[in-house]
Design a protein around this ligand. Structure first.
Ligand SMILES: C[S@@+](CC[C@H](N)C(=O)[O-])C[C@H]1O[C@@H](n2cnc3c(N)ncnc32)[C@H](O)[C@@H]1O
Length: 516
């Protein structure tokens, strides 16, 4: 890799203020919104208007036209936008190619071979902005993606990077790294990262992205699933694997970036089954996945549980479920095939046949967290949380990490020990009471979580009172005793009920353990 040339590119991008905020300012919110829907015309018109007003495009507009909109740009403008790297330097790096020669035009013009876009995020280590290269998307290509397409940062990438635990660890594995985005995030909390992919081109782009953003400590290995790390264990495994369910028939494209080549959800099953063999004790695997609901096993969670090694703690959250029909439509469109065309109908038919043949009725999507227990596993959570997430400034991963720590703390305590603990209610929790008109007593009492999964809980009078009294000064046992007297109920029964309830609220991040 030509590191000096990459450093020149970095300097040029920085000098041009090639950031998302600057781009949004360049073409305005409407065009930015249209781009998110893969429509580039409003952005192109905004750039043309800018050129008409100012007489020259400016470096930011040139970079945007080249790398985001797939435009053809005269060499002199490329040269002005990349003064340090130069047009020839960008060609040598494989970013641009001459789209026309001087022979037929007064000046040769250049086009992008790759997409290059700014990417920003905030995690517990602060705010950061990177530049990420990937293959040209549908918008810049002006047509469907190739089967060997290397994906840029998409919605699923952002979902996984946000839910990644951020505790410092020695080693991490990013399985199916693509453009390298998860490996780059993992390098912020892991001493060393191994990133794997079956696509050599993906690995090259990922290595380029790591170098462009001066991220060290990532090793790139070619191979399928866990093959490149046979016999190795990691503290943190992350994967946004190619989990999309695709019919295995002639004529249906198999995109490397989203389709692992197995039948149904077998790829997700394989990663989950093999996880334990690649985790250190206490190590965590986090992945995204799809799972099938079938006529034979109507609850997909029954299938998921069957894929888990007994030594694993697990926390699986289903975020969405789609009918088999809607799922097929979604992923055919995602491949760039427009509905209303003959090709769309052919693919649709193939998908529906596959689902019908295998008795698939619905497909779930969600987050999988598996942890290799060093003792007996204590966490077995399968949840359907289909509503929007709360406000997680540093990413959902911080919340998940806090919930795991709170769980481990209380799971290590007997009920007698736990009753002595003074808990506090989390700062993002509010209480909501509903009354029938004219009634003094609430007909419904809800606890709402502002962050995390934005849970709404109907705790019942006694548990709500325990939460209300949990300011860190009174123990769970003392509150339970006082409440039993107040409510005139059996103290032992109420205490047992409240200890169980408080443990569940710790698991959900609604109550917090005593500060260490
Ligand atoms: C959905 S993309 C995820 C890319 C990136 N990690 C992200 O989060 O945006 C899945 C990646 O897995 C790779 N892949 C496909 N089949 C694989 C396999 N059998 N083993 C390892 N990687 C595979 C694809 O080439 C692709 O880069």
């Amino acid at each position: 890799m030509d590191l000096p040339a990459i450093a020149r590119l970095r300097a040029d991008l920085a000098a041009a203020h090639f950031t998302q905020a600057a781009l949004d300012g360049l073409w305005g919110p409407d065009a930015a919104d249209a781009l998110r829907r893969n429509e580039r015309l409003p952005a192109l018109r905004a750039l043309a208007a800018l050129r008409a007003r100012t007489g020259e495009p400016g470096a930011l507009a040139t970079l945007a036209e080249l790398f985001l909109l797939g435009g053809r740009v005269p060499e002199s403008e490329v040269q002005a936008a990349l003064p340090q790297l130069g047009a020839d330097g960008a060609i040598a790096l494989g970013l641009l190619w001459p789209a026309s020669a001087e022979l037929i035009a007064p000046e040769r013009s250049l086009r992008a071979l790759l997409e290059l876009r700014p990417y920003e995020f905030t995690d517990s280590r602060g705010h950061a902005s990177w530049w990420i290269t990937s293959d040209l998307g549908e918008l810049a290509r002006g047509g469907p993606l190739g089967e060997d397409h290397v994906l840029g940062v998409g919605g699923a990438s952002r979902t996984l990077s946000a839910l990644m635990l951020q505790n410092a660890v020695d080693s991490a594995l990013d399985l199916g790294t693509g453009c390298g985005i998860q490996a780059m995030h993992a390098a912020r909390h892991a001493g060393r990262v191994v990133a794997t992919d079956i696509s050599q081109r993906a690995l090259e782009l990922a290595a380029f992205n790591a170098a462009l953003n001066e991220i060290e400590g990532v090793e790139f290995r070619l191979g399928s699933l866990f093959e490149p790390v046979a016999g190795e264990r990691f503290d943190h495994v992350i994967s946004n694997p190619p989990f999309v369910i695709t019919p295995r028939v002639e004529g249906v494209p198999s995109y490397e970036y989203r389709d692992g080549g197995m039948v149904g959800d077998a790829l997700v099953e394989t990663v989950m089954r093999d996880a334990a063999a690649h985790l250190t004790p206490g190590g965590v695997l986090q992945m995204l996945g799809n799972w099938e609901y079938t006529a034979a096993v109507p609850d997909a969670f029954d299938r998921l549980q069957g894929w888990l090694e007994p030594a694993l703690d697990y926390w699986i959250v289903e975020r969405e479920v789609q009918s088999a029909t809607r799922y097929a439509e979604t992923w055919i469109r995602d491949g760039g095939t427009r509905s209303g065309t003959r090709e769309f109908d052919q693919l649709f038919g193939a998908w529906l046949d596959d689902f019908a043949d295998r008795g698939v009725t619905q497909v779930g999507f969600g987050y999988v967290l598996l942890r290799l227990s060093d003792e007996t596993p204590t966490m077995a959570r399968l949840e359907r949380l289909h509503t929007p997430l709360g406000d997680n400034e540093w990413g959902l991963g911080v919340h998940l990490g806090n919930c795991l720590a709170a769980h481990d703390w209380h799971a290590a305590q007997s009920d007698a020990e736990f009753a002595e603990a003074c808990l506090t209610v989390s700062g993002d929790v509010t209480e909501e009471r509903h009354y029938w008109p004219g009634n003094e007593d609430p007909s419904e009492l809800l606890l709402r979580q502002g962050g995390g999964f934005a849970r709404t809980i109907s705790p019942g009078t006694a548990l709500a009172a325990l939460v209300g009294a949990s300011d860190g000064s009174l123990s769970v046992g003392a509150i339970a005793g006082a409440l039993a007297q107040l409510l005139e109920v059996d103290e032992a029964e109420l205490r047992a009920e409240l200890l169980g309830g408080a443990r569940r609220l710790l698991d959900d991040g609604i109550l917090l353990p005593p500060e260490a």
